[in-house]
Design a protein around this ligand. Structure first.
Ligand code: SF4
Ligand code: SF4
Length: 345
């Protein structure tokens, strides 16, 4: 039995393992539909996607046709004005072929200034109208940094927070998760596998499910991954305090060279696509490279313009050796996919 948990004060109860919709971009529609349907059959009732995840929304829309009442569908927008939000929401609704989005996130709110823009009176009026009209059921916010997320919770506007949480980046367990619990805000665990960096379901999900989160949304592309993930919940393989401590110690070692995707290092004044290059391996593991060949080649070509001024490293709050990492990741890619080396030149 897949266990369920409350989604904050929404009154909704969700499966503690949700469906992360990023990786289905890289599989065929037939396999995506089979995977989403098997997930629902196995008890998953929380599906996360975004209109920027390639054709993920469309595949999910087709998969849940006829099963709409069995799932909560969540999607997101990066827009910060009512016009942009309206356009994004309309596109998502059409892609998903639904009349209501259960949970709509203002996505990637990573600074206080951005939070101010996202929660402008005009935006909140628009979102409230969408709620009143039944187009959105609940409002969420997502981001990668603690300060703006804590402020977002304080505003009281959001019913759900989505934030990265795993044993490499465990900070949410100290403040954000307890505060969400106290205020009745649902906590959705983003990146439980650290964006593809970790791969053992038992330790990864056992770690996050030990805490009072609402649900974790691992990205999945294979039935095998689905079964492994669900098994952790069914068997209640939750980490003990001692196991969690050991995992965090491992995470600390990995974390020394792990990009949290906060974006502070960008843009580079020489046009180097830092954000992509520094995370090439996890990007490719999650979404594959075939559909994104052009973007990947453009990114690796942009590395030729790096003058190693290390301005980006000075901006990284985690003091990551960005230049070294970009070179390592590019070398890894070219070794893994030698055909890209020819296209690079
Ligand atoms: S080292 Fe300088 S040129 Fe290279 S990516 Fe960083 S900011 Fe850009
Ligand atoms: S390299 Fe550092 S600053 Fe850039 S996105 Fe990653 S963690 Fe953030």
């Amino acid at each position: 039995m897949l266990m369920k948990r409350e989604l904050g004060r929404t009154g909704v109860v969700v499966s503690e393992i949700g469906f992360g919709g990023i990786p289905i971009q890289r599989i065929s529609e037939r396999r995506a539909l089979e995977l989403v349907n098997r997930s629902i059959d196995m008890g998953i009732n929380f599906i996360d996607t975004h209109r920027d995840y390639g054709d993920s929304e469309k595949k999910i829309g087709r998969a849940i046709k006829g099963r709409r009442n069995e799932v909560y569908v969540c999607t997101k927008s990066h827009a910060r004005d009512p016009e942009g939000l309206s356009l994004d929401l309309e596109t998502s609704i059409s892609n998903l072929e639904v009349s209501t989005v259960d949970l709509y996130y203002l996505h990637g709110v990573n600074t206080i200034e951005d939070l101010r823009k996202a929660t402008s009176p005009e935006n909140l009026d628009f979102l409230q109208r969408m709620k009143d009209e039944g187009v959105i059921r609940f409002l969420g916010v997502s981001g990668h940094l603690e300060e703006p997320m804590l402020k977002a919770i304080e505003t009281g506007f959001f019913e759900v927070v989505m934030f990265p949480f795993n044993y490499i980046v465990p900070d949410a367990r100290k403040k954000i998760i307890p505060i969400c619990k106290e205020k009745g805000v649902g906590f959705v665990c983003m990146k439980p596998f650290a964006g593809g960096m970790l791969d053992d379901s038992k330790s990864v999900l056992g770690y996050v499910l030990k805490y009072p989160i609402s649900t974790a949304i691992p990205g999945m592309a294979l039935i095998r991954e689905l079964k492994q993930n669900i098994r952790v919940s069914k068997m209640e393989w939750f980490a003990t305090d001692e196991e969690a401590e050991k995992l965090e110690a491992i995470g600390e070692e990995i974390g020394e060279r792990f990009c949290r995707n906060c974006g502070y290092c960008s843009p580079c004044s020489h046009g180097v696509e830092i954000a992509s290059l520094v995370r090439l391996q996890s990007w490719i593991k999650r979404i594959g490279w075939r559909g994104k060949k052009k973007e990947i080649i453009r990114s690796i070509k942009s590395l030729d313009d790096c003058i190693e001024c290390r301005e980006c490293e000075g901006k990284c709050p985690y003091n990551l050796p960005i230049v070294e990492m970009m070179n390592e990741q590019t070398e890894w890619l070219l070794e893994e996919f030698p055909s890209l080396a020819i296209l690079r030149n």
